[in-house]
Design a protein around this ligand. Structure first.
Ligand code: HEC
Ligand code: HEC
Length: 408
């Protein structure tokens, strides 16, 4: 998980510079941690970091998720709370007034939820802050009488009379090639190109491999001269790893809800098993979703493939392992899966990851997406595949821990 690109949200004006600066800091400040951390047993936040007082004892993936939530909720940069983030002299453990305030707010939010909502995480940083350092106090009349913006709840309420999740899944299975062909799909091997947030570092060479029922890895190798380092996510059916050298930690093993998310991502690679991946299924009212904008630098690569296109979609929500909440959006026109939105856990609220699928093409009778946009609180990868092969042998090692970091 890269924490560097969180400013690259389209509505954030200060994007590129901030992202690039932080990325450099990540490279310099991060690699040593990755190289020296003993990796036999996954480490928890207070074992990896030096000055953790309230976010103790949680997986590193969830700790970094909380940083993403804080930054996103206040529309902050890492450097707004951390000394010299964005430079070679970054001092993550040092306390700053804002960091101290944020720590107090973590405890405040926990107390509010505990005392008023039975411990359910209903009040989060976002509840008050909404992209601001200081929350709004008074409703403005312009807002009240202006055009309302509709934002859906995370959790869907089942409304009677809607298509059932099973029927939406059936349509997806038919649209993808039918149950028989899908049952014969055992592996996927794909190649293409990727651009990270803002295109920092130039195009990467992407390889995606998956094996049924639940292994998947995305390997993005950036050209050496860009100095960007590789971005690798692996999941072997049991353990998962993330390597993002543009990050404080560099490489870490997934043990929190990103692990459960990686599992769902892997399982979703094989549409024939769609009915068995999630439980507590509900269907929500059909809605309209809009493609995530691609990083601007990508437009040349994409050649117009990305627009702010709208799609009317059927919505199914379910839960995965350990309470992972997953919402799936299926194109009403084609029946195909357009979006997976999954929410991991953190001590201060849900951490969203959104994966958009587009440009479905026929591969030996099965419809597979050739464009994948992977967005999390702190960055985006947009992947364009130019070749997908099915049922070819895949090297098992590709699902395991990434090979050791090359010396820089
Ligand atoms: C709103 C303020 C705020 C923002 C923005 C923020 N952090 Fe933090 N960060 C904190 C707080 C508070 C802690 C200490 C948590 C604790 O004591 O449990 C912390 C701790 C850390 C630590 C552990 C340092 C150590 O060794 O003790 C790292 C690493 C870190 N943050 C990285 C980041 C990154 C990367 C970003 C940008 C995505 C970021 N933070 C954004 C408030 C912030
Ligand atoms: C119940 C509403 C509420 C929630 C929830 C909330 N905050 Fe705040 N926060 C405030 C208010 C109000 C202020 C302004 C205080 C002031 O101006 O003295 C503030 C100020 C801050 C500041 C100082 C900003 C600055 O630069 O002046 C930080 C940092 C901060 N909050 C972080 C967080 C984080 C992180 C979370 C989630 C863990 C959070 N807040 C949740 C109400 C909230």
């Amino acid at each position: 998980m890269t924490l560097s690109g969180h400013r690259m949200r389209p509505w954030s004006g200060r994007g590129m510079l901030a992202a690039t600066g932080i990325a450099v800091a990540g490279l310099i400040g991060g690699l040593t941690a990755a190289q020296t951390a003993p990796q036999e047993k996954p480490l928890l936040s207070d074992q990896v970091f030096k000055n953790v007082q309230v976010l103790k004892g949680i997986p590193v993936d969830e700790f970094l998720g909380t940083m993403g939530i804080m930054a996103a909720a206040l529309q902050f940069d890492c450097s707004d709370c951390h000394v010299n983030a964005g430079t070679a002299n970054v001092d993550w453990p040092a306390d700053t007034p804002r960091k101290i305030m944020a720590r107090r707010m973590v405890s405040m939010v926990a107390t509010i939820n505990q005392n008023n909502f039975g411990g359910r995480q209903l009040v989060t940083c976002w509840t008050c802050h909404r992209n601001r350092d200081k929350p709004l106090v008074t409703p403005t009349l312009a807002t009240i009488y202006g055009t309302p913006t509709v934002e859906p709840d995370d959790v869907i309420t089942q409304i009677p009379g809607l298509d059932s999740p099973a029927s939406i899944f059936d349509r997806y299975i038919q649209a993808s090639g039918g149950p028989q062909r899908l049952a014969g799909l055992t592996s996927i091997s794909a190649k293409g190109t990727a651009v990270g947030f803002g295109g920092f570092g130039g195009d990467g060479a992407v390889e995606i491999v998956a094996r049924a029922p639940d292994k998947r890895s995305t390997i993005i190798l950036f050209k050496a001269e860009t100095n960007r380092g590789d971005q690798i996510r692996t999941y072997d059916g049991r353990t998962g790893w993330v390597r993002t050298p543009l990050n404080v930690v560099g490489e870490f093993q997934l043990i929190g809800s990103d692990l459960d998310g990686a599992r769902v991502d892997a399982q979703l690679s094989f549409p024939g098993q769609i009915k068995t991946i999630l439980t507590n299924l509900k269907s929500g009212p059909p809605t309209t979703i809009t493609d995530l904008p691609a990083p601007t630098s990508q437009s040349s690569v994409l050649q117009g493939a990305i627009g702010n296109q709208n799609h009317i979609v059927d919505v199914v929500q379910g839960t995965g392992p350990r309470g992972l909440l997953v919402t799936l959006y299926f194109d009403q026109q084609t029946g195909l899966l357009l979006r997976e939105l999954r929410y991991g856990l953190s001590p201060i609220g849900r951490v969203p990851t959104q994966i958009d699928f587009a440009d479905y093409r026929d591969v030996n009778g099965i419809k597979l997406p050739f464009r994948i946009t992977y967005a999390w609180l702190d960055g985006r990868d947009a992947i364009l595949l130019n070749e997908i092969q099915t049922n070819v042998p895949v090297d098992e090692a590709k699902f395991g821990r990434p090979a050791p970091l090359k010396p820089q």
